[in-house]
Design a protein around this ligand. Structure first.
Ligand SMILES: Cc1cc2nc3c(=O)[nH]c(=O)nc-3n(C[C@H](O)[C@H](O)[C@H](O)COP(=O)(O)OP(=O)(O)OC[C@H]3O[C@@H](n4cnc5c(N)ncnc54)[C@H](O)[C@@H]3O)c2cc1C
Length: 390
């Protein structure tokens, strides 16, 4: 049953086996996906669950560079039944509660913490899940100091804390943008950035605003993509930034330029491209080539697609280990990529409904409510359509 926002559901039915707590569901990861799917579980009437995080709720967002902001805008459109693009829960609008259109990571982390408090989510922080096995019908989640038991697991551990290393020789000489606390503190005048999608553009923009010269390399050319899918081409926010005078003056774009190696000799970094060009700088090259993703950590519990993402059932459940669910940006169905909040939140209702049904909880009212808010996407044929040009 859907509670009103002033009547949060509490976790009152935790059971125990041999003194060890046993949950119907454990969610691993307290980011946008974990908190969002936890709220969906409460709305679906699931009570005996636990949300664990190795740090604190929203910690990935909290560790974004200080200057980095959401590229997707928030707007309080809920009043006409269109959920705020950055909302993770039915009836919630970050624009309304924060009065910010493009929140910083810290602001959004605080928003997630506020939601967790408001919905009285059962949370256990500072709990690092180091292994998961399914034995005799129960998942055993080994953490740094105990083993938790659950009938179902929702893996929502995200990507940000699992950065990609870069697929070229000498990538260890580069610094991943996810390790930068702020661009203001980066010393030097000339930077080379490998990866020209959102993170690379964000880094280039903030450095250029400070008068630094930037060379931005990408093996493709995301800024020339004509797709209307922001998982493929750059966001409107980044296109606007590209037209900023400081960006135009200071950033040099290198499309279709594959990096083959980076070396460090006598304090000088040298980038070599596959077509034989070389570029030197005193500053450490920045790596913005994406994330390995936490789904690799649980690859033994999923069949894997050729592209390395888990194969999922229609309920975002593992095809090989029943009860193991995936939530968040690693969800893929065919060619559909659910890597933004407004995309993957549409699957929270699907996962919550599947688990509630398995616990014999009636879900008709839940499905109707979630579907009406665009949070119960069960017909994927509607997605992936290009916008009409005009
Ligand atoms: C620079 C940047 C800008 C972005 N801008 C936007 C945007 O404008 N709009 C948008 O929709 N998306 C944006 N994204 C993507 C967005 O950040 C991700 O979709 C989102 O963070 C994914 O949420 P998540 O809950 O899956 O993962 P996270 O937010 O990373 O949360 C995962 C949580 O799991 C915890 N965890 C990880 N491993 C374990 C473990 N083994 N045990 C216990 N806990 C664990 C972590 O501590 C973390 O709190 C952006 C991403 C980046 C990097």
């Amino acid at each position: 049953m859907l509670p009103s926002q002033d009547e949060p559901v509490k976790n009152e039915t935790e059971s125990s086996v041999g003194g060890v707590s046993q949950y119907d569901v454990i969610i691993v990861g307290g980011g946008a996906a974990g908190v969002g799917v936890a709220i969906a579980l409460t709305h679906a009437g699931v009570e005996n669950f636990l949300l664990v995080d190795r740090n604190e709720i929203g910690s990935s967002f909290a560790s974004w560079p200080d200057e980095t902001r959401f590229i997707t805008p928030s707007f309080p459109s809920n009043s006409i039944g269109m959920l705020d693009l950055n909302s993770i829960a039915v009836g919630v609008s970050p624009a309304f509660s924060m009065r910010v259109e493009h929140p910083t990571g810290s602001e959004f982390a605080k928003h997630l913490q506020d939601l967790s408090t408001f919905f009285e989510l059962p949370i256990q922080e500072n709990t690092d899940v180091v292994n998961i096995e399914k034995k005799d019908g129960l998942f055993h989640l080994v953490t740094d100091d105990e083993t938790l038991l659950a009938t179902n697991v929702i893996w929502a551990a995200g990507e940000y804390q699992y950065p990609g290393a870069g697929r070229f020789t000498g990538s260890e000489f580069c610094r991943h943008t996810s390790t930068i606390p702020n661009y203001e503190g980066l010393e030097g005048d000339e930077f080379q950035i490998i990866g020209g999608y959102e993170s690379g553009f964000d880094a280039a923009y903030h450095l250029a605003k400070r008068g630094k010269k930037v060379k931005l390399f990408d093996k493709d050319s995301p800024w020339s993509e004509t797709s209307s899918d922001p998982s493929v081409s750059l966001s409107t926010f980044s296109f606007e930034r590209m037209r900023d005078q400081r960006f135009e003056e200071n950033v040099e774009l290198f499309p279709e330029t594959l990096i083959s190696s980076v070396s460090l000799t006598d304090g000088i970094y040298e980038i070599t491209t596959q077509d034989g060009q070389t570029f030197q700088s005193k500053e450490q090259p920045l790596l913005a080539s994406g994330f390995e993703g936490s789904h690799k950590f649980v690859s033994h519990l999923f069949e894997m697609r050729e592209d390395g993402f888990p194969v999922l059932t229609d309920n975002d459940e593992s095809t090989t280990v029943p009860g193991m669910f995936l939530s968040g940006p690693a969800v893929r169905h065919g060619s559909l990529i659910f890597c933004f909040i407004f995309k993957y939140r549409q699957r929270f209702g699907i996962v919550a409904q599947a688990i509630a049904s398995s616990l014999d909880i009636p879900t008709e009212e839940f499905i109707d409510a979630y579907r009406s808010w665009g949070m119960y996407l069960d017909d994927l044929s509607c997605c992936g359509q290009e916008c009409l040009t005009c």
